[in-house]
Design a protein around this ligand. Structure first.
Ligand code: AMP
Ligand code: GLY
Length: 417
């Protein structure tokens, strides 16, 4: 294709694999690069050996190769200012500037913004002193939630059931500085079902995507440690159309507007990690990027051309995406031991026989054979007319894959099946 568009996707996980697969469906896109990509992405796009934080390298690559659009996956790229640098170089980019990405990178920035603009969320206090923080929790109720106010790779949140647990968390964060030198936020525990609401955002304009639900705990029954996400499904039947509208009107739209008013307009995916309480949806956290693994179950349902959708959002033009009525369930196959230590290298057999879409998260490939190379290794997804059918299908697909070094949850979506 002579006049086809060239797109660069930044990142190396299942999320980026899903973005690449979605772009492959666009008749307008003739070339997809991924930096650095992974062994699965390599089957479908040209991988470029650049780190996601390598701002100069990525900008140079985009300039040299006349990239028409860069889509940024990971937060790590946003916090080092990759989007800013690409924009300054006059390149088209889908991903927020560093200042706007503070809605994810600083929990206190996000909390203050929500307070100022009356966006519903848990009440909170911030502390940098251990004694003050301990005094505060000892006078409050349990459970209570203690969060490190900086990046902690998903491990900086403790839901403390007792004063002892709270004390230990505060000691880790404020005395032993396990994650770094930032403050902690102590917040009210919210009760309800969680769901993920991703929206494309361009200044004040908000384009909602279909809802999904993630499963953060490692084992069945929501037991075990928090992980990067062990599976997801879309749509989310427990969120009524009214509740979704409320989440859009009272959370996502005001958040986009607030960022504009604060002088940090957002362009990219604003991810609302929401919880449906008795008082309506409230914010647990915002992310400044596509969620992983939610993206792997939401984008396969998008029937519109994602390249058009990205461009419409960047330019703030009207665009109403069309979605498949299918349900999608995705299950993560992770290395035994994850999120703790695990072994790499085991061969993964049977992948070529799987009919559903498989997104690679942490694999390597050698002579046509795939091997385990990360904590989260693969995300296997399947469609169905409804969630129970998608569930039956995904079970069949997983059974085809042979690798004794992997484990997975068997109850993804159970709450709604
Ligand atoms: P976060 O990193 O802020 O998304 O928190 C990780 C997980 O901790 C969330 O997915 C929730 O399950 C839980 N959590 C965080 N904040 C709260 C809260 N205020 N109330 C109840 N659960 C929470
Ligand atoms: N699935 C949660 C996240 O992407 O942060």
């Amino acid at each position: 294709m002579e006049n086809g568009k060239k797109v660069l996707v930044v990142g190396s996980g299942g999320r980026e694999h899903a973005i690449v697969k979605s772009l492959l469906k666009s008749p307008k896109v003739s070339k997809i690069y991924c930096a650095p990509g992974n062994a699965g992405i390599k089957q479908e796009a040209e991988c470029v050996n650049l780190k996601v934080e390598d701002v100069e390298g990525i900008v140079n690559f985009a300039q040299r190769n006349d990239i028409d659009l860069t889509v940024i996956g990971p937060e790590a790229s946003l916090v080092v200012g990759l989007a800013d640098a690409l924009r300054s170089a006059g390149l088209k980019v889908f991903g927020p500037n560093k200042n706007a990405a503070r809605i994810e990178s600083s929990k206190e920035f996000a909390k203050k913004l929500m307070q100022k603009y009356h966006i519903p969320t848990a009440k909170y206090e911030a502390f940098d002193n251990y004694e003050d923080a301990l005094h505060y929790v000892s006078t409050g109720n349990f459970p209570t939630v203690i969060k490190y106010d900086g990046l902690a790779a998903g491990k900086g949140v403790v839901v403390a059931q007792s004063l002892e647990e709270a004390e230990k968390a505060l000691k880790d964060m404020l005395q032993d500085k396990k994650f770094g030198d930032d403050r902690v936020i102590i917040e009210e525990f919210l009760q309800g079902l969680e769901f993920s609401f991703m929206c494309f955002v361009s200044g004040e304009k908000v384009y909602p995507l279909e809802l999904a639900q993630d499963h953060k705990r490692a084992f069945d029954g929501d037991k075990g440690p928090n992980t990067g996400g062990m599976g997801a499904y879309s749509p989310v039947p427990f969120v009524s159309p009214d509740a979704r509208q409320k989440a859009l009107d009272e959370i996502m739209l005001p958040a986009a507007k607030a960022l504009v008013e604060e002088g940090s307009p957002f362009c990219g995916v604003l991810y609302g990690g929401l919880i449906l309480t008795d008082e309506g949806p409230k914010v647990i956290e915002f992310n400044a990027r596509f969620g992983d693994p939610e993206t792997e179950v939401v984008l396969p349902r998008l029937e519109s051309d994602i390249f058009d959708f990205f461009n419409a959002a960047i330019e703030g033009k009207d665009f109403i995406p069309e979605w498949s009525r299918d349900a999608v369930i995705g299950v993560v196959l992770a290395s035994k031991g994850y999120p703790g230590s695990y072994e790499k290298g085991a061969e993964i057999k049977g992948l070529e026989k799987v009919n559903g879409e498989v997104f690679h998260m942490g694999t390597t490939e050698k002579e046509g054979k795939f091997h385990v190379a990360g904590g989260r290794v693969l995300m296997v997804t399947a469609h169905g007319e409804d969630l129970p059918e998608a569930n039956l299908n995904v079970r069949k697909e997983i059974a085809i894959i042979e690798c004794p070094a992997l484990f997975h949850r068997t109850d993804i979506g159970k709450a709604v099946l």
